[in-house]
Design a protein around this ligand. Sequence first.
Ligand code: FES
Length: 173
Amino acid sequence: MSASQPSATAPPAVDPRFDLLETTMKRLGYSKSALIEILHSAQEVFGYLPNELLTHVAKRLKLPPSQVYGVATFYHQFSFTPLGEHICTVCMGTPCYVKRAEDIINQIQATFKVAPGETSADGKLSVRAARCVGSCGLAPVVIIDSTVIGKESPEAIVGRLQTLLQTPQEVAR
Ligand code: FES
């Protein structure tokens, strides 16, 4: 876990991130049907969904923890371990798959020694595989941090990551 990513297990009263999440839950009326949106918000705020956070959400929405765990683990986009400084998500939906998404994953893994679902030992890069991210016309789609990249070769994606990991700046557009 990086220094900028303090423990998610701190009591809600002393961790301002819980206030952000509370604001979202309040805006959504603590609705049980908003669970997925709330989990997305929790992941954005905390970077991942540790058990204590899922338990907290379950408590606030008055849902059985098993239901919250069940929903969170069903969806690929949720992560249960701390993520790296940079996040590379490779879409593995069918249109992206046929446009060499698997080659992108393989070349990233070969170059940076990080498999989907893992974070590099130095904490700089997390790699994730996603189902369709909704931009099939750009296949293969890769999202590096908040930048959506389409129609690039595995070599170009690896090049972007190499540049990004060498400099603490935004990915080159
Ligand atoms: S399958 Fe990759 S964006 Fe739809």
